[in-house]
Design a protein around this ligand. Structure first.
Ligand SMILES: [Zn+2]
Length: 330
């Protein structure tokens, strides 16, 4: 639906959502099987101000998915409070950020989500409105707990057939043994996730429902649409990365898909900030270069879509649309 906005910019298309998964330095080291993660090294004091200034400049409100463990550590408090003060939505990104969350017992899952919720609420003064599983981990019990606790949405599915390919790359660059790999078997999603819907739908959970807002992958092609991926493509050709983004946005419009776009802290951190995350694609660029790229990508999306946080979008979608119902199966 077209509408005129007070700032005179008329978005050509519909809505898009933007979220930032606040994965911290320690959680990357942990997932990658590197030592030193258990001292919980943090770059939030560097990354968060950069994101807040970018969002402020572009007048964007987003959902920030916070990891409970970070919220429980005093030295992160100021960064997390600044996010809430700037008016962004707060989401729950689990407590321990273990992508094998779906392998926990029912009781452990309940505890994981509750502990994260309590720590995040205490640190930010805001109760999380939605959940995103670490590494897109999801299970029936996760959905049960979220529905019971009155969460507005889950945003843990990544319907991409490239998930298993990304996982293979990850394993290749790490020195993990078989057992470690087994735990990370569905990191970045399983083949089956690749076939899940791209548009929002309702999970049927114990007599109630929970809205699912999938992370958008390109309609028809089902390849990822993360800002990190665009940065990665820009390493080969900036023109190609921009064309890729424009084509994706056009495909979204043609198919009526309202894109859910993802940011990660490393999108604004560069090799001049850290040397120990070199295994990440795009970490060979300096931060100032990445900032220019990311700003360009976000401006392009803003040209075509009205960007909003996921919780705000959840309210609008539930009110206005008849959504398909789905049963969870692992
Ligand atoms: Zn994460």
């Amino acid at each position: 639906m077209m509408r005129q906005r007070s700032d005179g910019i008329r978005p050509e298309g519909g809505r898009a959502t933007l979220s930032l998964d606040l994965d911290n330095e320690w959680s990357y080291l942990k997932t990658h099987g590197d030592s030193g993660w258990d001292a919980f090294p943090s770059y939030l004091d560097v990354a968060v101000p950069r994101f807040l200034s970018l969002f402020d400049e572009l007048q964007l409100r987003v959902t920030v998915f916070v990891v409970g463990q970070d919220a429980a550590i005093d030295r992160n408090a100021e960064s997390l409070q600044a996010i809430a003060r700037a008016g962004h939505e707060i989401g729950n990104h689990s407590f321990a950020h273990e992508p094998w969350l779906h392998l926990y017992t029912d009781q452990e899952i309940e505890q994981e989500i509750t502990m994260a919720e309590e720590a995040i609420t205490r640190a930010t003064g805001k109760r999380p409105v939605g959940f995103r599983g670490p590494g897109y981990a999801l299970s029936g019990q996760v959905l049960n707990v979220l529905a019971r606790k009155g969460y507005q949405f889950d945003a843990s599915t990544l319907p991409s057939v490239l998930g298993p390919v990304a996982r293979a790359y990850y394993f290749m660059t790490s020195g993990m043994n078989r057992k470690e790999r087994q735990k990370r078997k569905i990191l970045f999603g399983s083949w089956k996730d690749g076939l899940r819907p791209i548009d929002p739908y309702l999970w049927q959970v114990n007599g109630s429902t929970l809205l699912e807002i999938p992370v958008t992958t390109i309609p028809g092609l089902r390849v990822p649409f993360h800002v990190s991926y665009l940065i990665y493509l820009s390493r080969f050709s900036i023109a190609f990365a921009k064309t890729y983004l424009r084509t994706t946005l056009r495909l979204c419009k043609l198919t009526g898909t309202e894109p859910s776009v993802l940011l990660h802290p490393l999108d604004l951190l560069g090799k001049d900030d850290f040397s120990n995350l070199g295994f990440f694609p795009g970490m060979d660029l300096v931060a100032s270069r990445k900032r220019v790229l990311v700003e360009g990508f976000l401006r392009e999306i803003k040209k075509h879509f009205t960007i909003m946080p996921l919780g705000e979008y959840a309210g609008q979608v539930r009110d206005r649309r008849r959504l398909p119902l789905k049963q969870f199966s692992a």
